[in-house]
Write a protein that binds this ligand. Structure first.
Ligand code: IMP
Ligand code: MG
Length: 329
Protein backbone atom coordinates (compact mmCIF):
# COMPACT_ATOMS: atom_id res chain seq x y z
CA UNK A 1 0.00 0.00 0.00
CA UNK A 2 1.62 3.26 -1.07
CA UNK A 3 0.16 6.70 -1.26
CA UNK A 4 2.44 9.22 -2.90
CA UNK A 5 1.87 12.95 -3.35
CA UNK A 6 3.82 15.02 -5.83
CA UNK A 7 3.93 18.79 -5.45
CA UNK A 8 5.84 21.70 -6.94
CA UNK A 9 8.57 23.38 -4.90
CA UNK A 10 9.00 26.60 -6.89
CA UNK A 11 6.55 28.76 -8.89
CA UNK A 12 4.80 25.98 -10.81
CA UNK A 13 6.06 24.57 -14.11
CA UNK A 14 8.69 22.47 -12.36
CA UNK A 15 8.02 19.63 -14.80
CA UNK A 16 5.66 17.74 -12.51
CA UNK A 17 3.72 16.43 -15.52
CA UNK A 18 6.70 14.57 -16.83
CA UNK A 19 7.69 13.11 -13.43
CA UNK A 20 4.08 12.04 -12.80
CA UNK A 21 3.81 10.32 -16.16
CA UNK A 22 6.95 8.33 -15.38
CA UNK A 23 5.67 7.39 -11.91
CA UNK A 24 2.32 6.30 -13.34
CA UNK A 25 3.89 4.12 -16.07
CA UNK A 26 6.45 2.66 -13.68
CA UNK A 27 4.51 2.21 -10.42
CA UNK A 28 1.16 1.31 -12.01
CA UNK A 29 -1.14 2.99 -9.45
CA UNK A 30 -4.79 1.94 -9.21
CA UNK A 31 -5.78 5.60 -9.09
CA UNK A 32 -4.20 8.90 -10.07
CA UNK A 33 -6.00 11.80 -8.40
CA UNK A 34 -5.59 15.52 -8.88
CA UNK A 35 -5.68 18.18 -6.16
CA UNK A 36 -4.72 21.86 -6.38
CA UNK A 37 -6.52 24.93 -7.64
CA UNK A 38 -8.08 24.20 -11.05
CA UNK A 39 -7.62 24.89 -14.78
CA UNK A 40 -5.12 27.69 -14.11
CA UNK A 41 -2.50 24.92 -14.10
CA UNK A 42 -0.79 23.81 -17.26
CA UNK A 43 0.97 20.47 -17.26
CA UNK A 44 2.73 19.22 -20.30
CA UNK A 45 3.06 15.52 -20.97
CA UNK A 46 5.08 14.20 -23.92
CA UNK A 47 4.37 10.58 -24.61
CA UNK A 48 4.89 8.35 -27.65
CA UNK A 49 5.69 11.36 -29.85
CA UNK A 50 2.60 13.33 -28.88
CA UNK A 51 2.35 16.45 -26.70
CA UNK A 52 -0.56 16.72 -24.28
CA UNK A 53 -1.09 20.14 -22.69
CA UNK A 54 -3.37 19.43 -19.72
CA UNK A 55 -5.09 21.75 -17.26
CA UNK A 56 -7.39 19.44 -15.29
CA UNK A 57 -6.92 15.78 -16.18
CA UNK A 58 -4.27 14.00 -14.11
CA UNK A 59 -0.99 13.65 -16.02
CA UNK A 60 -0.93 10.01 -14.92
CA UNK A 61 -3.46 9.30 -17.70
CA UNK A 62 -0.59 7.78 -19.71
CA UNK A 63 -0.91 4.63 -17.59
CA UNK A 64 -4.04 3.32 -19.22
CA UNK A 65 -5.24 1.09 -16.41
CA UNK A 66 -5.38 3.84 -13.78
CA UNK A 67 -8.65 5.37 -12.74
CA UNK A 68 -8.43 9.18 -13.03
CA UNK A 69 -10.00 11.34 -10.34
CA UNK A 70 -10.41 15.04 -9.55
CA UNK A 71 -10.80 15.91 -5.87
CA UNK A 72 -13.38 18.03 -4.05
CA UNK A 73 -10.87 20.83 -3.51
CA UNK A 74 -10.42 21.49 -7.23
CA UNK A 75 -12.53 24.01 -9.18
CA UNK A 76 -13.75 22.33 -12.36
CA UNK A 77 -14.49 24.05 -15.66
CA UNK A 78 -16.59 21.46 -17.54
CA UNK A 79 -15.60 22.88 -20.94
CA UNK A 80 -11.91 22.37 -20.22
CA UNK A 81 -12.47 18.93 -18.73
CA UNK A 82 -14.58 17.60 -21.62
CA UNK A 83 -12.00 18.75 -24.19
CA UNK A 84 -9.23 16.98 -22.30
CA UNK A 85 -11.31 13.82 -21.92
CA UNK A 86 -11.59 13.80 -25.73
CA UNK A 87 -7.89 14.54 -26.23
CA UNK A 88 -6.83 11.70 -23.94
CA UNK A 89 -9.68 9.28 -24.70
CA UNK A 90 -10.29 8.79 -20.99
CA UNK A 91 -14.09 9.00 -20.72
CA UNK A 92 -14.55 5.57 -19.15
CA UNK A 93 -12.06 6.01 -16.34
CA UNK A 94 -12.62 9.63 -15.36
CA UNK A 95 -14.29 10.65 -12.09
CA UNK A 96 -15.02 14.03 -10.45
CA UNK A 97 -15.88 14.37 -6.77
CA UNK A 98 -19.52 15.42 -6.45
CA UNK A 99 -18.46 18.12 -3.97
CA UNK A 100 -16.01 19.87 -6.34
CA UNK A 101 -16.71 23.50 -7.22
CA UNK A 102 -18.26 24.15 -10.63
CA UNK A 103 -16.35 26.90 -12.43
CA UNK A 104 -18.84 28.73 -14.69
CA UNK A 105 -18.56 31.28 -17.53
CA UNK A 106 -19.50 33.93 -14.98
CA UNK A 107 -16.28 33.16 -13.08
CA UNK A 108 -14.30 33.59 -16.29
CA UNK A 109 -15.93 36.99 -16.82
CA UNK A 110 -15.23 38.04 -13.25
CA UNK A 111 -11.54 37.18 -13.55
CA UNK A 112 -11.01 40.32 -15.67
CA UNK A 113 -10.22 42.56 -12.69
CA UNK A 114 -7.48 44.99 -11.74
CA UNK A 115 -6.13 42.57 -9.14
CA UNK A 116 -5.97 39.77 -11.70
CA UNK A 117 -4.11 42.17 -14.02
CA UNK A 118 -1.70 43.26 -11.30
CA UNK A 119 -0.70 39.77 -10.18
CA UNK A 120 -0.66 38.43 -13.73
CA UNK A 121 -3.42 35.89 -13.13
CA UNK A 122 -4.04 33.25 -15.78
CA UNK A 123 -7.64 34.61 -15.87
CA UNK A 124 -9.08 31.12 -16.08
CA UNK A 125 -11.80 31.91 -13.52
CA UNK A 126 -10.17 30.03 -10.66
CA UNK A 127 -9.88 32.95 -8.22
CA UNK A 128 -13.58 33.95 -8.52
CA UNK A 129 -14.70 30.29 -8.30
CA UNK A 130 -12.67 29.80 -5.09
CA UNK A 131 -14.11 33.09 -3.77
CA UNK A 132 -17.68 31.90 -4.40
CA UNK A 133 -16.91 28.64 -2.62
CA UNK A 134 -15.70 30.56 0.42
CA UNK A 135 -18.78 32.81 0.27
CA UNK A 136 -20.90 29.62 0.23
CA UNK A 137 -22.65 30.59 -3.01
CA UNK A 138 -20.78 28.42 -5.58
CA UNK A 139 -22.55 25.54 -7.30
CA UNK A 140 -20.93 22.14 -7.10
CA UNK A 141 -20.23 19.44 -9.67
CA UNK A 142 -23.54 17.74 -8.87
CA UNK A 143 -25.42 20.82 -10.14
CA UNK A 144 -23.75 20.61 -13.56
CA UNK A 145 -25.50 18.32 -16.16
CA UNK A 146 -22.28 17.92 -18.21
CA UNK A 147 -20.45 16.54 -15.18
CA UNK A 148 -23.23 14.09 -14.18
CA UNK A 149 -21.69 11.05 -15.92
CA UNK A 150 -18.44 11.50 -14.00
CA UNK A 151 -19.65 12.14 -10.45
CA UNK A 152 -18.07 10.02 -7.73
CA UNK A 153 -16.94 10.01 -4.11
CA UNK A 154 -13.17 10.49 -4.43
CA UNK A 155 -12.17 9.89 -0.75
CA UNK A 156 -14.18 6.66 -0.74
CA UNK A 157 -12.39 5.40 -3.86
CA UNK A 158 -8.97 6.47 -2.59
CA UNK A 159 -9.33 4.87 0.83
CA UNK A 160 -10.34 1.58 -0.82
CA UNK A 161 -7.41 1.51 -3.28
CA UNK A 162 -3.93 0.04 -2.72
CA UNK A 163 -1.58 2.24 -4.70
CA UNK A 164 -2.45 5.82 -5.37
CA UNK A 165 -0.64 8.75 -6.88
CA UNK A 166 -1.81 12.25 -5.96
CA UNK A 167 -0.91 15.19 -8.18
CA UNK A 168 -0.64 18.70 -6.86
CA UNK A 169 -0.67 21.75 -9.08
CA UNK A 170 1.09 25.12 -9.11
CA UNK A 171 4.17 25.47 -6.89
CA UNK A 172 4.72 26.23 -3.24
CA UNK A 173 5.88 29.82 -3.83
CA UNK A 174 2.45 30.50 -5.35
CA UNK A 175 0.65 29.36 -2.17
CA UNK A 176 -1.73 32.05 -0.91
CA UNK A 177 -0.35 31.40 2.59
CA UNK A 178 3.37 30.68 2.20
CA UNK A 179 4.17 32.05 -1.25
CA UNK A 180 4.85 35.57 -2.43
CA UNK A 181 1.45 36.94 -1.34
CA UNK A 182 -0.37 38.86 -2.75
CA UNK A 183 1.37 37.67 -5.94
CA UNK A 184 0.03 34.18 -5.47
CA UNK A 185 -2.70 31.84 -6.55
CA UNK A 186 -6.00 31.61 -4.67
CA UNK A 187 -5.31 28.60 -2.40
CA UNK A 188 -2.57 26.98 -0.40
CA UNK A 189 -0.94 24.37 -2.65
CA UNK A 190 1.28 22.57 -0.12
CA UNK A 191 1.17 18.79 0.28
CA UNK A 192 -1.24 18.93 3.25
CA UNK A 193 -3.74 20.97 1.26
CA UNK A 194 -3.36 18.73 -1.77
CA UNK A 195 -4.10 15.71 0.45
CA UNK A 196 -7.16 17.48 1.85
CA UNK A 197 -8.28 18.37 -1.70
CA UNK A 198 -8.68 14.68 -2.50
CA UNK A 199 -9.84 13.56 0.94
CA UNK A 200 -6.71 12.06 2.50
CA UNK A 201 -5.54 12.88 6.02
CA UNK A 202 -2.01 13.65 7.30
CA UNK A 203 -1.34 10.04 8.29
CA UNK A 204 -2.54 8.57 5.00
CA UNK A 205 0.51 9.76 3.07
CA UNK A 206 3.63 7.59 2.65
CA UNK A 207 5.78 9.67 0.31
CA UNK A 208 5.90 13.34 -0.62
CA UNK A 209 7.92 14.07 -3.76
CA UNK A 210 8.85 17.72 -4.13
CA UNK A 211 9.53 18.59 -7.77
CA UNK A 212 12.08 21.29 -8.55
CA UNK A 213 13.55 22.48 -11.82
CA UNK A 214 17.35 22.84 -12.15
CA UNK A 215 16.82 26.60 -12.51
CA UNK A 216 13.94 28.85 -11.44
CA UNK A 217 11.09 30.26 -13.51
CA UNK A 218 7.99 32.26 -12.77
CA UNK A 219 5.15 33.49 -14.95
CA UNK A 220 3.13 36.53 -13.91
CA UNK A 221 3.91 39.38 -11.52
CA UNK A 222 5.64 39.44 -8.15
CA UNK A 223 9.12 39.31 -6.63
CA UNK A 224 11.69 37.12 -8.37
CA UNK A 225 15.37 36.97 -7.40
CA UNK A 226 18.27 36.90 -9.88
CA UNK A 227 16.04 37.43 -12.93
CA UNK A 228 17.97 37.45 -16.22
CA UNK A 229 17.11 39.14 -19.52
CA UNK A 230 15.07 37.24 -22.10
CA UNK A 231 17.99 37.33 -24.59
CA UNK A 232 20.30 35.67 -22.10
CA UNK A 233 17.69 33.04 -21.24
CA UNK A 234 17.22 32.33 -24.97
CA UNK A 235 20.98 31.99 -25.41
CA UNK A 236 21.14 29.52 -22.51
CA UNK A 237 18.20 27.54 -23.90
CA UNK A 238 16.28 28.29 -20.69
CA UNK A 239 13.57 30.56 -22.08
CA UNK A 240 10.12 29.00 -21.62
CA UNK A 241 6.55 29.99 -22.47
CA UNK A 242 3.42 29.35 -20.39
CA UNK A 243 1.33 26.27 -21.23
CA UNK A 244 -1.99 27.97 -20.45
CA UNK A 245 -1.37 31.60 -21.47
CA UNK A 246 1.64 31.36 -23.81
CA UNK A 247 3.30 34.20 -21.86
CA UNK A 248 7.12 34.22 -21.70
CA UNK A 249 8.27 32.93 -18.33
CA UNK A 250 10.69 34.90 -16.19
CA UNK A 251 13.98 33.06 -15.74
CA UNK A 252 16.65 32.84 -13.05
CA UNK A 253 19.71 30.62 -13.56
CA UNK A 254 19.96 30.16 -9.79
CA UNK A 255 18.10 27.98 -7.36
CA UNK A 256 16.37 30.01 -4.66
CA UNK A 257 17.68 28.05 -1.69
CA UNK A 258 15.70 29.74 1.08
CA UNK A 259 12.43 29.16 -0.78
CA UNK A 260 13.34 25.54 -1.40
CA UNK A 261 14.25 24.96 2.26
CA UNK A 262 10.87 26.33 3.31
CA UNK A 263 9.13 24.15 0.72
CA UNK A 264 10.96 21.00 1.88
CA UNK A 265 9.95 21.71 5.46
CA UNK A 266 6.31 22.70 5.08
CA UNK A 267 5.58 19.98 2.49
CA UNK A 268 7.44 17.32 4.55
CA UNK A 269 9.26 16.25 1.41
CA UNK A 270 10.60 12.70 1.60
CA UNK A 271 12.11 12.76 -1.91
CA UNK A 272 13.15 15.36 -4.45
CA UNK A 273 12.62 15.20 -8.21
CA UNK A 274 15.03 17.46 -10.11
CA UNK A 275 13.93 18.29 -13.66
CA UNK A 276 15.53 19.73 -16.79
CA UNK A 277 19.04 18.85 -15.71
CA UNK A 278 19.91 18.51 -19.42
CA UNK A 279 19.01 22.17 -19.99
CA UNK A 280 21.10 23.48 -17.13
CA UNK A 281 24.01 21.16 -17.99
CA UNK A 282 24.26 20.38 -21.71
CA UNK A 283 25.60 16.93 -22.55
CA UNK A 284 23.14 15.09 -20.30
CA UNK A 285 20.11 14.78 -22.59
CA UNK A 286 18.30 11.45 -22.43
CA UNK A 287 20.65 9.97 -19.78
CA UNK A 288 19.07 7.14 -17.78
CA UNK A 289 21.81 6.40 -15.24
CA UNK A 290 23.33 8.70 -12.63
CA UNK A 291 26.84 7.45 -13.41
CA UNK A 292 26.41 8.55 -17.04
CA UNK A 293 25.82 12.19 -16.10
CA UNK A 294 28.65 14.69 -16.50
CA UNK A 295 30.66 15.33 -13.32
CA UNK A 296 29.30 18.87 -13.10
CA UNK A 297 25.72 17.62 -13.21
CA UNK A 298 26.43 14.95 -10.60
CA UNK A 299 27.94 17.56 -8.27
CA UNK A 300 24.90 19.77 -8.73
CA UNK A 301 22.59 16.94 -7.63
CA UNK A 302 24.83 16.22 -4.63
CA UNK A 303 24.81 19.90 -3.68
CA UNK A 304 21.00 19.89 -3.69
CA UNK A 305 20.93 16.83 -1.43
CA UNK A 306 23.41 18.40 0.94
CA UNK A 307 21.73 21.79 1.15
CA UNK A 308 18.16 20.51 1.40
CA UNK A 309 18.81 17.31 3.35
CA UNK A 310 16.56 15.14 1.17
CA UNK A 311 17.51 12.50 -1.42
CA UNK A 312 17.13 13.33 -5.09
CA UNK A 313 15.45 10.15 -6.30
CA UNK A 314 14.25 11.24 -9.74
CA UNK A 315 16.13 13.28 -12.33
CA UNK A 316 14.64 14.55 -15.57
CA UNK A 317 16.97 14.55 -18.58
CA UNK A 318 14.57 15.34 -21.43
CA UNK A 319 10.92 16.03 -22.29
CA UNK A 320 9.74 12.44 -22.85
CA UNK A 321 8.29 10.44 -19.93
CA UNK A 322 11.13 7.96 -20.54
CA UNK A 323 13.97 10.54 -20.27
CA UNK A 324 14.53 9.99 -16.58
CA UNK A 325 16.92 8.64 -13.97
CA UNK A 326 15.03 6.75 -11.27
CA UNK A 327 17.18 6.16 -8.17
CA UNK A 328 14.41 4.88 -5.89
CA UNK A 329 15.07 1.51 -4.29
P1 IMP B 1 -4.28 32.60 -10.92
O1 IMP B 1 -4.16 31.50 -9.93
O2 IMP B 1 -4.63 32.13 -12.30
O3 IMP B 1 -5.16 33.73 -10.46
O4 IMP B 1 -2.83 33.26 -11.07
C1 IMP B 1 -2.15 33.84 -9.96
C2 IMP B 1 -0.65 33.76 -10.16
O5 IMP B 1 -0.25 32.38 -10.12
C3 IMP B 1 -0.15 34.28 -11.51
O6 IMP B 1 1.15 34.82 -11.33
C4 IMP B 1 -0.07 33.02 -12.37
O7 IMP B 1 0.85 33.15 -13.42
C5 IMP B 1 0.39 32.02 -11.33
N1 IMP B 1 -0.01 30.63 -11.64
C6 IMP B 1 -1.20 30.05 -11.41
N2 IMP B 1 -1.17 28.76 -11.77
C7 IMP B 1 0.06 28.50 -12.22
C8 IMP B 1 0.71 27.33 -12.72
O8 IMP B 1 0.16 26.23 -12.79
N3 IMP B 1 2.01 27.49 -13.11
C9 IMP B 1 2.66 28.68 -13.00
N4 IMP B 1 2.10 29.79 -12.55
C10 IMP B 1 0.81 29.70 -12.16
MG1 MG C 1 2.60 24.60 -15.86
Amino acid sequence: MTRTIIVGGQFGDEGKGKIISHLALNDKPDIVARGGVGPNAGHEVHYKGKRYPLRLIPCGFVYEKARLLIGAGVVVDPNVLLKEIDLTGSKKRMGVDFRATWLTNEHLERDKTETAEKIGSTKTGCGPAVMDRVRRVAKTAQDCPELKPFLTDVPKELHAAKNVLIEGSQGFMLSVLYGTYPYSTSKDVGASSIAADVGLGPKDIDEVILAMKSYTTRVGGGPFQHEIAREEAERLGMQEYGTVTGRPRRISKELHWDDLKLAVQINSATQLAVTKLDIRFPGNAGKKKFADLTKEAQHFVQEIEKKLGVDVTLIGTGPDALDIIDRRK
